[in-house]
Design a protein around this ligand. Structure first.
Ligand code: G6P
Ligand code: MG
Length: 220
């Protein structure tokens, strides 16, 4: 049976979270709004416009919808300046080896990201060629924790969501994977142990986990 592995992008395959932080921080400083790294971590998996709402909080009503779109565009301008500097060196050999290993084992690979910049990041880092499908912020109307982006990724792979596993570093992403009926694999410390089906300290541990999961399919 064909199986799919769907990867979140920011924080799983590439470490762009710090760029998001620096870009939001620049905007927040200009608006005189408090913003720190721990607040940035709460924005993982959340769309740009929804992130802005969370940053503005009660000050959201000070701005019209058009002004808020401009603020989000301003942040994206700062963020894109960082992305311009990205290159294939921003993805470790280990990540590329793991993606090749999964392909060699017959998995179909997809990206499932809330980011509208995902195609640009995949192109800058030369990761596009590893994936059979990409579902990103340009294809969806509801961001994580809604399962839409992962359901799209499964659909683009031609697989049932039940035959897909998702690797995520965000609580919103784990909730999205579970809501979509996929196996949820949490990476890092964003998610409590009982929220995901499996947890990984880092992507390096994925092959051992996959081997274990395959073994339990055979024996159960
Ligand atoms: C990812 C990141 C979020 C970001 C979202 C939208 O999910 O984890 O922090 O807000 O993408 O990114 P974008 O590149 O479209 O602004
Ligand atoms: Mg992420």
């Amino acid at each position: 049976m064909k199986k799919g592995m769907i990867f979140d992008l920011d924080g799983v395959l590439v470490f762009t979270d710090h760029f998001h932080y620096l870009a939001w921080k620049k905007l927040a400083d200009r608006l005189n709004i408090e913003f720190n790294e721990s607040m940035n971590n709460q924005l993982r998996g959340i769309s740009r416009q929804d992130s802005l709402e969370l940053i503005l909080k009660e000050r959201s009503t000070d701005y019209s919808e058009a002004e808020k779109r401009k603020l989000a565009e301003e942040k994206n301008g700062y963020y894109r300046e960082f992305l311009q500097q990205m290159s294939p060196l921003d993805v470790s050999d280990e990540v590329r080896n793991i993606l090749r290993w999964l392909k060699g084992r017959g998995y179909q690979l997809a990206v499932g990201s809330s980011s509208k910049n995902a195609p640009f990041i995949l192109q800058r880092t030369q990761l596009s060629g590893y994936f059979d499908a990409v579902a990103d912020g340009n294809h969806i109307t509801r961001s994580k924790p809604d399962p839409e982006v992962f359901l799209k990724a499964a659909e683009y792979l031609g697989l049932s969501p039940f035959d897909c596993a998702v690797v995520e570093d965000a609580r919103a992403g784990i909730q999205a994977a579970k809501a979509g009926g996929m196996t949820a694999i949490a990476m890092g410390d964003a998610v409590g142990a009982n929220e995901a089906d499996y947890t990984l300290d880092s992507l390096s541990d994925l092959p051992a986990l996959i081997t274990k999961m395959e073994h339990s399919f055979k024996t159960s």
